[in-house]
Write a protein that binds this ligand. Structure first.
Ligand code: PEP
Ligand code: MN
Length: 263
């Protein structure tokens, strides 16, 4: 079902009047985690200022350590939706378990399946039974074939609105948090008809190379780029080192827009 051989035309994801996969370049931005109503309202205002249409933010956080901030759960999701609504933005958020899908639906425009859950087959089937687009992230050490089969699970359950997100893979290289597999983008575009996104924040784990990696993503055909932004990154409850502050986000968007005016 994911194969371009079966369906030569690009799949276009529509959320309200906004589209991902029509050949334009979208930007998805927002904090790593929802931390407070004030925080998400501040971020939403910044996104709206730049014409960004999709706001991300984690309410259920898949943290490596059980002692780290785990997210605000459904309450956080309600805050995110309220902030997004105030600025007419669409909500993208991660759901980690099949049982949390239904209660989240009223607050979500695009459901994210995180890298750690790429092969959580029950979750893939559950989101596949919804009518919301699904942003599927590539697993930490998943091959492209495994990634495409994970998307196939969602489509086989009846949901053909899938976005594939490259977010870096595990390699021996330690200069970046993960290794951005930029060649995944043109390969996925060739092999599938689905929109492809690149998450530059989690791929690199480094603020100083978000701009060139975002440009590279668009240059090789990515339909969207995802980046994390936070009012006070140093105080963030997760990913404090790699989220952009508002000044850095201004510069990031302005520079990208000058290279890709359609953004
Ligand atoms: C995220 O986008 O919030 C996230 C946890 O990313 P990943 O699943 O790619 O690690
Ligand atoms: Mn993060």
């Amino acid at each position: 079902l994911v194969s371009r051989k079966q369906k030569p035309t690009n799949t276009i994801i529509r959320v309200g009047d906004d589209v991902i996969g029509d050949g334009s370049q979208q930007l998805i931005a927002g904090p790593c985690a929802v931390e407070s109503e004030e925080q998400v309202f501040e971020v939403a205002a910044q996104l709206a200022k730049h014409g960004v249409r999709f706001m991300r933010g984690g309410a259920y956080k898949p943290r490596t350590s059980p002692y780290d901030f785990q997210g605000l759960g459904l309450e956080g999701l309600k805050m995110l939706k309220k902030a997004a609504d105030a600025h007419n933005l669409h909500v993208i958020t991660e759901i980690m378990t099949p049982s949390a899908v239904e209660s989240a639906l009223p607050y979500v425009d695009i459901i994210q399946v995180g890298a750690r859950n790429m092969q959580n087959f029950d979750l893939l089937k559950e989101v596949g039974r919804t009518n919301k687009p699904v942003l599927l992230k590539r697993g930490l050490s998943a091959t492209l074939e495994e990634f495409m089969y994970a998307a196939e699970y969602i489509m086989a359950s009846g949901n053909d609105q899938v976005i594939l997100c490259e977010r870096g893979i595990r390699t021996y290289e330690r200069a970046t948090r993960n290794t951005l597999d930029i060649s995944a983008v043109p390969i996925l575009k060739q092999e599938t008809h689905l929109p492809v996104m690149v998450d530059v924040t989690h791929s690199t784990g480094r603020k100083d190379i978000l701009l060139p990696t975002a440009k590279a993503a668009y240059a090789v055909g990515a339909d969207a780029v995802m980046v994390e932004v936070h009012p006070f990154p140093a105080l963030a409850l997760s990913d404090a080192n790699q989220q952009l502050d508002f000044k850095e986000f201004d510069a990031f968007v302005e520079n990208l827009t000058s290279t890709f005016p359609a953004l």
